[in-house]
Design a protein around this ligand. Structure first.
Ligand SMILES: *Cc1c(COP(=O)(O)O)cnc(C)c1O
Length: 396
């Protein structure tokens, strides 16, 4: 910790200690450097730093010590050589595409992706001549069949939102590499506390730090972790195009990482107990959570993940009207599309997060009218259960 090296510590230790290089002030906590630029001792030093002959800070769009602490800590936790932080999760995905793809290239992606990711791929990357094909997340044959000589990137979220489908990351990496493509995993839902995609063969891990890395709903940010080779390209994009992370947000995320392991374990405990309770409730037809033995890929999830996360979906009898009545009966849970927060949230995917999809797209994604998503927070389990029971019991 006193130099730039990260020792071979366990994840719990890396989360608290990695990345901070103490300044001459001998501070114990990680400092914030809210400065746009940095000064040089001489004209010659400035020339060397601008020329890349000597390392050092120049301007905070390029590098900033507070941002670097967050990057180093997250890289160590994901087991990657390098991390580049960005101004949002979407900026992380955009920077990845701009760094690694060009006109004529193709992406093969899971059809169960964050909505803005689909818009980014279709609308904006489409304009640049990059096309995306979508396949069913867990169907490896479909991924294989979608590959062409132009495929350069495979992109997936696992487990998916809100149905908790899972893909075998090692098998997907094998398909990608056999076709000379890279595999990027959006690890937002599990975080390095519960899943290490790079160790399973993925080339890039993408984060919306806005979610569990911060964990307390305070700031927007993102990051990409991987090998030096690809991350150097990504760094070039962020440095030149400008979607850099602010030092203040980087500091919040750095402090967020310190409690990530504890928080994720507590999130999982609450979610598991809630999923089991929901599965036994007479008004609930089906619960989607990879921690339940009834989940079709429970065995794979158990092997690949260290926990099952805190996002679950459940279907109530009675369609939209019933689902809305359960949501409207809550007093504690926040009705919001956000997740990754100590505060529990509840939403109706069919009319919010997945509302822009056509009926056909929604049906093929398995989003029906009775589906409710809960991102389970860290309030008392009894209180969360009671809040949902009010609406569910009324359905009879
Ligand atoms: C929220 C989210 C994003 C986008 O992140 P922002 O920080 O909101 O830009 C990307 N992927 C997943 C899975 C997300 O949940």
């Amino acid at each position: 910790m006193h130099d730039d090296q990260t020792p071979d510590w366990d994840l719990e230790t890396l989360a608290i200690r990695a990345g901070h290089v103490r300044t001459n002030e001998q501070e114990h906590g990680e400092p914030i450097f809210p400065t746009s630029s940095f000064v040089f001792g001489s004209a010659a030093e400035a020339a060397r730093k601008f020329g890349g002959e000597e390392p050092g800070n120049i301007y905070s769009r390029f590098t900033n010590p507070t941002v670097r602490t967050f990057e180093k800590r997250l890289a160590a936790m994901e087991g990657g050589e390098r991390c580049v932080a960005t101004s949002s999760g979407m900026a992380a995905i955009l920077a990845t595409a701009l760094a690694l793809l060009q006109a004529g290239d193709e992406i093969v992606a899971s059809r169960s992706l964050f909505g803005s990711t689909v818009s980014l791929f279709d609308k904006y990357l489409g304009k640049l001549g990059i096309t995306t094909r979508y396949v069913e997340l867990s169907n490896l044959d479909a991924w294989e069949a979608a590959m062409t000589p132009a495929t350069k990137l495979l992109f997936a979220e696992t487990p998916s939102n809100p149905l908790s489908e899972v893909v075998d990351i090692a098998a997907l990496a094998e398909i990608a590499h056999r076709h000379d493509a890279l595999l990027a995993i959006d690890n937002c839902f599990l975080t390095p506390a519960l899943q290490k995609p790079l160790a399973l063969g993925a080339d890039l891990v993408i984060h919306s730090a806005t979610k569990y890395l911060d964990g307390q709903g305070r700031a927007i940010g993102g990051a990409v972790v991987g090998r030096d080779k690809e991350l150097e390209e990504l760094f070039g994009v962020v440095r030149t195009c400008g979607p850099c992370l602010s030092p203040f947000n980087a500091w919040l995320f750095t402090k967020g990482l310190e409690t990530l392991n504890l928080r994720m374990r507590a999130h999982c405990d609450n979610a598991q107990a809630l999923a089991e309770w929901l599965e036994g409730h007479p008004a609930v037809m089906r619960v989607h959570y990879s921690g339940l033995p009834s989940h079709p890929q429970h065995e794979l999830a158990t092997r690949q993940q260290l926990g099952f996360g805190a996002v679950l979906g459940f279907e109530v009898k009675g369609g939209r009207e019933a689902a809305w009545s359960v949501i409207d009966a809550t007093r504690l849970l926040s009705i919001t599309g956000n997740l990754g927060d100590v505060k529990s949230t509840i939403t109706h995917p069919g009319t919010t997060t997945h509302g822009r999809l056509s009926d056909d797209q929604r049906a093929s994604a398995g989003i029906n009218e009775g589906l409710i998503r809960v991102a389970v927070g860290l309030e008392s389990l009894d209180d969360i259960r009671a809040d949902l029971a009010r609406g569910l019991d009324a359905l009879g």
